[in-house]
Design a protein around this ligand. Structure first.
Ligand code: NAP
Length: 491
């Protein structure tokens, strides 16, 4: 029921932000057959509400609506689109606390992290409200004696957005604000684990003044509602954030209609600590890089490599800092919260068991926590051998894996020995080494002596099988625009 309370601890002031119907064509819509799916509070494992589960036909009809809205939206002055985006940003900031609490209820992350995510999500809307007004035409020095040459940047059309549960607000606005600023219309599918955050943003989008059909949220099972979009030639671009496995599937399914693809996929980040680093700083940054979002982060440091001469000292301090982390329901605002689902907890158990079988040492944690079915202790594994599963798969949880290295070449080779290439972390105080190693790392982003590198003005994205294209920055908007080359005879 729209406007009803979620059946868990939230204290939402504006209960109209709690929406459980899909939002299509400016209307809040139940599935015709009345189908719904349950959403669970990861802190308790209990259902907190039921959300409309659209059919394939209903999802296909959302593209009709978005296509119809495209003509007017793309013809608006960029300044008009900018003004609506700006209002959307202001509403997000005004409702920051409610949005954060809705996120905690369905995603489980600590309240401070949820507030931080709302700020991050809103920053993309603010950024693209500005970027919408920047020139959409470029002059080119003509290569012809009697012609002028121009490039017009034009919105592609309807774009499909598919977002994951770990950042349910920021992953949506990073895509949607860019697409809407460019003049595209949107059909979006939020993860069925966390639909309420996206629906609350749609409610604020409606209040901000998006015309009907411009921004549509289709809820339901992804394998049901997404194929009508990949099959539809009118959907000109698909932007996906999620696992590399599902990314590959969508890549294949988009081939027949030759869609433009933007893909933000898996991470598996290395974090390298050289003996010449500031060890205290390296430890505290490594704690953030590993345990933010309870480790459920595509930027999470999954492979920590430490130079042998400081290895024991690093492991001792890192373990001590890990033991000090608090774990509890997101509303209690501890350092870590519950994991998203049982599969995530089972993955922690499997990675820990496998590492121990291969000879790793358990320095702390290594078990489920009794606070609820989805709590797992912050865990440190040391002396993890190269063949352990955790060095080959994303763990996506609060298990840190540490191993020593002897040479710079070895550290680079081990860091690059993965199909992923999203982010790498590097700790050293030697400027020449920093330059050398950053150049050699095959990753889309390199963080030097720090963890936080993201933000609206930077082009976020990975190399290799971590994805295609970039989000954020001017480039993120141009992913949704076509270049039209116009050659004009002036004789
Ligand atoms: P996921 O299983 O790939 O799901 C991502 C999205 O795809 C969800 O909306 C999901 O819907 C949908 N989906 C699932 N099956 C689908 C199908 N058959 N067809 C179409 N869509 C489908 O990933 P996740 O477990 O939610 O997220 C974790 C992964 O995302 C990790 O690998 C992480 O590294 C990656 N990630 C990457 C970035 C980045 O920017 N590079 C950011 C965050 C996360 P349902 O949830 O409803 O099934």
């Amino acid at each position: 029921m729209p406007g009803s309370a979620l059946t868990t601890r939230t204290d939402i002031a504006d209960t109209d932000l709690i929406r459980s119907r899909a939002y299509v064509g400016g209307s809040w819509t139940d599935a015709a057959g009345g189908d719904t799916f349950p959403v669970t509070d990861p802190a308790t494992g209990h259902s907190i509400g039921d959300v409309a589960a659209f059919s394939a036909e209903e999802s296909a009809a959302a593209v009709d609506v978005a296509q119809e809205a495209f003509a007017d939206w793309s013809a608006k002055l960029p300044q008009e689109r900018s003004a609506i985006l700006r209002r959307w940003f202001e509403l997000m900031i005004a409702h920051r606390e409610d949005l954060a609490r809705i996120m905690v209820a369905e995603q489980g992350k600590p309240l401070s992290e949820a507030r931080g995510e709302i700020d991050y999500a809103a920053s993309f809307v603010e950024y693209y409200a500005e970027e919408a007004k920047r020139p959409n035409i470029e002059g080119v020095t003509s290569h012809l004696p009697d012609a002028e040459v121009e490039l017009w940047l034009e919105p592609m059309g309807v774009v499909a957005l598919i977002t994951p549960w770990n950042f349910p607000s920021a992953m949506l606005t990073r895509k949607a604000a860019a697409a809407l600023a460019a003049g595209c219309t949107v059909v979006a599918h939020p993860s069925a684990e966390t639909p309420y955050s996206a629906l609350a943003l749609a409610e604020l989008g409606e209040r901000a003044g998006f015309p009907p059909g411009v921004f549509n949220i289709v809820t339901g099972s992804a394998p049901v509602v997404v194929p009508p979009w990949t099959d539809d030639a009118r959907v000109r671009a698909l932007s996906f954030t999620g696992s590399t496995e599902i990314g590959r599937l969508l890549y294949r399914n988009s081939a027949d209609t030759v869609k433009k693809l933007v893909m933000e996929l898996g991470g598996h980040a290395p974090l390298i600590v050289f003996a010449d680093a500031d060890l205290d700083e390296a430890v505290s940054e490594a704690i953030k890089a590993k345990f933010a979002t309870t480790g459920q982060d595509c930027l999470g440091a999954n492979r920590i490599f430490v130079e042998r001469s400081v290895y024991d000292a690093f492991c001792a301090r890192f373990t001590e800092a890990t033991k000090a982390l608090t774990l509890g329901p997101g509303m209690d605002d501890c350092d870590l919260g519950p994991l998203m689902n049982e599969a995530a907890v089972a993955k922690q158990e499997a990675h820990v068991a496998d590492a121990l079988e291969h000879g790793a040492t358990l320095a702390c944690g290594g078990r489920r926590d009794g606070q609820g079915p989805l709590f797992y202790q912050a865990t440190v594994l040391t002396d993890v051998p190269p063949e352990a599963l955790i060095f080959h798969e994303e763990t996506f949880g609060p298990v840190a894996a540490i191993a020593p290295f002897d040479t710079e070449e070895e550290a680079i080779a081990r860091a690059n020995a993965t199909e992923y290439g999203l982010v790498a972390y590097l700790h050293s105080l030697d400027p020449r080494r920093i330059y050398r190693v950053a150049r050699a790392l095959q990753f889309g982003m390199v963080a030097v002596n720090r963890t936080k590198v993201t933000g609206a003005p930077i082009p976020f994205g990975g190399t290799k099988q971590s994805g295609l294209g970039r989000e954020g920055a001017r480039r993120g908007m141009e992913e949704f625009m076509e270049i039209k080359y116009v050659c004009r005879d002036w004789a």
